[in-house]
Design a protein around this ligand. Structure first.
Ligand code: ATP
Ligand code: MG
Length: 500
């Protein structure tokens, strides 16, 4: 048990108690301390009203009334106090007035916030027993006798059990986000969900439909970054929550694969996620690992050992965009994760893929995404349970990438830019400019020595003479050519795996 309370917290507590108020350490910060984990933020609960807290702390740490140390931006009674601490977790300490919550008619937000008189009342509105313990900060060390623990949270903490405060059904009915929080905390803390609570989650799973997607996204994101993320996704399915968060993943549950896979699509996706978690890969790589084969069930051809999944990466990327967009993830996350899913099935074999092929691969994937893509590929490989001898091939691919890494692969690396092109050909900005640049780029990817102004100008003049139909079809061919690196895959895979 970590018992040392940081000075900043003691100071703030002293100011409150000297003014005649109470100060308790609560929520995740106390729970984490009791578990011997460093809290990532600190929460103090007090019977002082928000205005009183603001009054006491405006000039805290030498700040002035014009530039106060306090921030009060919500109507839930939480005043943030800025400290000068170097420690990220202590930079803003949240001081929240004891409160009870009113009715939740929309199952999202309490209709009103009512301030409470006692810490016990405040603890009774909290979600899980291990989050509903308080430590009276007028004491210096955390010992059992200094804890306020009306719901026996300490027992559950020791038994590693997650249990709702009070009647589980009622608590989930009040705020259905708690359904997701149960799974998230269970994964984050490595705790079991207690049986009655589990039962109530199953009973109330459908209430998740009423919850704002952003709140679900935040809990789901917190789940994905825990060490037990994969188990968490399985728990979401077992408890009936996945249906309301990413139903698309469920299509893989009964979807067997072919003779090269021993797992169903769902199990394989989960195992790929698990590998990314074990390797501590980024959030984006974890999501892409989980979703990389989400398109397989919808593209399955045939059945049994010779079934096929042609185009599943294209279908999967579209589904990924839809899923992440529905969950209100940022544009950046949606783009990168969908892109990784789209590209995960690249084919590479030593001696078969040319340098031009590697340049096309780089042009399509983007050099900045290669590392992440290889990680997703590794997760895919290990998650299949029957890893093939890929590492040598992948190392060779890296060697080839290194070899061509300074070659031109994107329009901005062309020695003729759009403006120059328009001036030379005397044409206005139009799709035509894009088509011509696309064809020039393909010429240069095919042979980097073509990246000379003179050659590019001559070629552009030539292309300018083509009629629209010819130009468009040439540009399309050039762009399809970029997929050559993976285009071979279908035949290759057929030859190797799917045809007896
Ligand atoms: P962590 O910060 O590690 O994610 P935490 O327990 O601090 O965990 P927060 O979401 O920061 O979680 O919430 C702080 C505290 O507020 C919780 O410990 C809990 O007591 C209470 N709480 C938060 N959200 C809810 C909710 N939806 N219903 C009931 N109590 C809640
Ligand atoms: Mg917290």
């Amino acid at each position: 048990m970590k018992t040392k309370i940081p000075n900043e917290i003691e100071n703030i507590a002293h100011i409150l108690t000297d003014a005649g108020f109470e100060a308790h350490l609560v929520g995740g910060s106390l729970r984490d301390m009791l578990l011997g984990v460093s809290p990532k933020d600190w929460d103090i609960a007090t019977n002082a009203k928000p205005e009183e807290v603001q009054g006491l702390f405006a000039t805290y740490g030498g700040r002035t009334v014009e530039d106060p140390a306090t921030v009060y931006e919500n109507s839930f009674g939480t005043v943030g106090i800025k400290t000068e601490s170097e420690d990220e977790a202590l930079k803003i300490v949240e001081v929240t007035t004891y409160r009870i919550e009113g009715k939740y008619t929309d199952k999202r937000h309490p209709d009103e916030v009512t301030f409470a008189k006692t810490i016990e009342e405040d603890l009774s509105r909290r979600d899980f027993t291990v989050n509903a313990i308080a430590f009276n900060l007028s004491n210096h060390t955390i010992t059992k006798s200094h804890l306020v623990d009306p719901f026996n949270g300490m027992d559950d903490l020791q038994k590693k059990l997650l249990r709702t405060v009070g009647d589980a059904n009622k608590r989930f009915e009040e705020d259905a986000l708690r359904l997701m929080r149960a799974v998230r905390f269970s994964a984050q803390l490595g705790f079991e969900i207690e049986q009655v609570t589990k039962h109530a989650i199953r009973e109330n799973a459908g209430l998740l439909e009423m919850i704002a997607k952003e709140r679900i996204r935040d809990e789901f994101s917190k789940l994905i970054v825990t060490p037990n993320a994969a188990m968490g996704v399985v728990a979401m399915e077992e408890l009936g929550l996945l249906k309301f968060v990413i139903p698309e993943l469920r299509e893989g549950i009964a979807c067997g694969q072919n003779k090269h896979h021993i797992y169903t699509v769902f199990d394989h996706n989960v195992r790929a996620l698990n590998y990314s978690v074990e390797k501590n890969y980024s959030f984006e790589v974890r999501l892409a690992s989980l979703l990389h084969d989400v398109g397989k069930p919808r593209t399955k051809g045939g059945d049994g050992p010779d079934s096929t999944f042609y185009n599943h990466e294209v279908v999967g990327a579209k589904m990924t965009t839809k899923i992440l967009d529905r969950l209100r993830f940022s544009k950046e996350i949606i783009e990168i994760v969908s892109h990784l899913v789209r590209c995960h099935l690249f084919y590479y074999n030593v001696g078969e893929v040319t340098e031009a092929g590697v340049r096309r691969f780089l042009s399509r994937v983007g050099p900045e995404n290669v590392d992440d893509l290889l990680k997703v590929r590794e997760a895919d490989r290990i998650g299949s349970g029957v890893p093939k001898a890929f590492p040598y091939k992948l190392r060779h691919l890296l060697f080839m990438i290194d070899k061509v890494k300074n070659d031109p692969i994107s329009p901005k690396m062309l020695k003729l830019n759009g403006n120059e092109l328009m001036e030379i050909l005397n044409i206005p900005p139009s799709r035509k400019v894009g088509y011509i640049l696309g064809i020039l780029l393909e010429d240069v990817i095919q042979d980097p020595t073509n990246n000379e102004k003179e050659y590019l100008i001559a070629r552009a003049r030539e292309l300018n003479l083509l009629n629209d139909v010819e130009l468009v079809s040439m540009a399309e061919r050039a762009s399809e050519h970029k997929d050559e690196f993976e285009a071979g895959i279908e035949d290759e895979m057929k030859k190797k795996y799917f045809v007896k």
